[in-house]
Structure formats: C-alpha cells, structure tokens
Ligand binder design. Structure first.
Ligand SMILES: *Cc1c(COP(=O)(O)O)cnc(C)c1O
Length: 367
C-alpha cells in the first residue's frame, strides 16, 4: 500500500459521463464494470451506479467477477450480465445461477443447447450474442437458423452483437454498418421462425460516441464511462474519472555518461533526475520508459529501467530548481487527453493503462 501515491476516483464524473451517454438517445444503459470497473473498483463503482444512478443491469466478463460483487454487496439492487466467461455448463457453479441475480450471455451453440435442456436453468432468460463479423464470440447466423425452432417456446430476452471496428470514424458501408446489417438479418431469422425477441443491444463506447446503435433497447458503454473512448481524434466530451497521483521521492544531478539504476543506462547529457515511487508493481506496463511526464509544468522523460518500486524521470539540467523531493505528480488527471497521450506514447490504449494500476495503489473515492 502506498500513501502519497493513489488513484483518486471521482464518482461524480462517472455520473456526468453517464448522463452524457443518456442524452445521446433513447437506449437504456448497461454499464460495463468488468476488469474491476476498468481499474476503478468493481464494488464502489457498481454500488454508485446502482444506488445513485438507478442502473438496473451491469455487465462483467466472468462469473467470478459477478460472484465477488454480490459477496461484497448482497443487497445490490442491480442484476449482472456475464458476457464471456460464463461457466454456464459447469455443474459446480450452477448454484450461482440459481441463487444470484446473474444472467449469462450465451455466445456459443453448445451453451445455448445446454441451457435449453437443463431443468435447473429453466429460469434463465435467453440472452444470445451473435457473431456478425468480429469473429470472436457469438453464434453464426447459420447456427441461429438451426436453433430457432427450439427457441420458440422460451423466446429470446435479449439479442446482441459486438463491433470490431467502432472506434474508426463511421462511414456508410464500412465494417460496423455491415455488422449492423448482419445483426438485422439475425433478428429476422428469429422473428421469421416466430421467436419473440424482446430486447437488443449492439454498441460499445466507440459506436455510442458516434451516436450509432442508440435505437436498440440498450447500449453497453465501458471505457467512455471512465475515460477517453477513442484516442485520436477525441470527439467525446466526457472526463477521465481517475487521477493517478504520486510524488518526487528524490532528486539528483547526473553528468553525461553516468549509469543510472540497474544495468547500464547512461545519462544522455548532463541532467537532473527525479525518482518516483512508481514501478512495474504499481503500473504494470512494460513500455513506460521514454514516456513524457510533466512535473510542476516541466516536461521530463521516463528514463533507464523501470524497477519494481521506482522509476526515473530525466529532466534538462536547467530545470533543477523547479523540482524537489515531495512535489506532487499527476501521472494522469481528469483531462481525457492526458491519459490518451500517455497511452499513445506507450504504444498502448487507455484501457490498458487504467487496468494496469495494481492493488498496491490505494483507490480513494470522491463524490
Ligand atoms: C467490454 C464490452 C463492452 C464495452 O466496451 P467499451 O469499448 O469499453 O465501451 C461492450 N460490450 C461487450 C460485449 C463487451 O465485452
């Protein structure tokens, strides 16, 4: 646990991002809280979404995440949809599906067949993901055709698909539109067989940001609730909900050619070094070296090896009087551009950075 390094999560920014999504159309929101609510804390974020914002359905990736949430918040008023690792065919975990308000998203033929013939799962609403071109999870349209007669009795509560390219600016006839055409066909296959389809959803952040898929029953935003959905250009006017704060642990002057830290990484010129108490055990990414960090308005660069508990920032020597031990540093703040820019420099995406803040960094909640 660190003390002066922490992730401050501002829940009112989750609320304002949520309201901005709401204002984009009539679809209801299923906030995604997988991966510890994108690093912001599964339990406090889900509690806030449920009690303060009245959200009735949340989404996560695995049965384990859902079970963890209800263990921590047995009185939570919202249900959880599990989108990928449902473990629905495991008898060992069946009791969770009987006792908790959780719904599996069925994304392969065998799982749907299993649920249809298992008496213990009779109460489960049939929620199906179709593959419309992402080619990851989801049943094919042919499989749906084959299944349709057996779905007639129970109907389909919720039919959904997931887009592969919604982060690119949308154009008529592009991949996202073609996936949407396939989705319409999938729905028609079911209704042509007399299967009732009650609800639908298609859009994640990239699509919602561009106002796409807002006429379905639901949208399923993840990243845009917490940070910047697209890296370049940012068109979303929401905010990064967390602020990742640390401090300068120690400073020193180095002469050109002096090795610093593990291995042989020499100072490229005479300079000024600040050590920060953030290493790969705090932010588990491998490409922090070279990234720009701003301290007291002065730009420096992460330099030499990132250690488990520390990293070095290299500054031009002329800045030596502007930075001292104890000064606060924001690795990122509530401006979406800061984390987007950092992710770009590290050749990764904001999702990765947000999920990379380890549990040694305490989360502090502000409303
Ligand atoms: C993760 C996920 C989302 C949310 O994606 P973002 O890009 O973070 O908005 C939506 N739908 C499904 C099926 C997902 O797995």
């Amino acid at each position: 646990m660190r003390h002066s390094s922490y992730l401050e999560v501002n829940l009112s920014l989750v609320e304002s991002n949520f309201k901005k999504i709401q204002s984009k159309g009539k679809a209801s929101i299923i906030p995604m809280v997988k991966a510890d609510a994108y690093g912001n804390g599964l339990v406090p974020v889900s509690r806030f979404l449920s009690s303060e914002l009245g959200v009735r359905k949340l989404g996560c990736a695995s049965l384990g995440e859902a079970v963890h949430l209800y263990r921590e918040c047995p009185d939570l008023k919202s249900e959880m949809m599990i989108f990928s690792d449902t473990e629905i065919t495991s008898e060992e975990w069946e009791h969770y599906y009987q006792n908790l308000p959780i719904t599996p998203v069925l994304h392969q033929l065998a799982d749907i067949e299993y649920v249809l013939q298992n008496k213990n799962l009779k109460h489960i609403p049939i929620v199906i993901k179709v593959n419309t071109g992402m080619n990851r999870l989801g049943v094919s349209l042919d499989e749906l055709e084959h299944l349709a007669p057996r779905l007639k009795e129970r109907g389909v509560q919720h039919l959904m698909t997931h887009f592969a390219c919604s982060y690119y600016p949308l154009k008529n006839g592009d991949k996202t539109h073609r996936q949407m055409d396939e989705f319409v066909k999938a729905k028609k296959i079911l209704t042509d067989h007399g299967v009732e389809v009650c609800e639908t959803s298609v859009s994640n952040s990239g699509a919602i940001e561009q106002g796409f898929g807002m006429n379905e029953t639901y949208v399923r935003p993840g990243l845009m609730l917490y940070g910047p959905p697209s890296v370049d250009p940012i068109i979303w006017n929401g905010h990064q909900v967390s602020r990742f704060v640390t401090k300068v642990l120690k400073t020193f002057i180095v002469k050109k050619g002096t090795p610093v830290g593990y291995g042989i990484n020499v100072a490229p010129e005479d300079g000024y070094v600040a050590i920060i108490p953030i290493g790969y055990a705090d932010l588990s990414v491998t490409t922090l070296s070279g990234a720009e960090i701003i301290v007291n308005g002065v730009k420096g660069k992460i330099f030499a090896r990132v250690n488990m508990d520390m990293s070095f920032i290299f500054f031009n020597l002329s800045h030596k009087d502007k930075i001292k031990s104890g000064d606060q540093i924001e690795i990122w703040n509530h401006d979406n551009r800061v984390i987007a820019d950092l992710a770009n420099q590290m050749k990764t995406i904001p999702y990765h950075l947000m999920c990379a803040v380890t549990h040694r960094i305490p989360r502090i909640y502000k409303v």
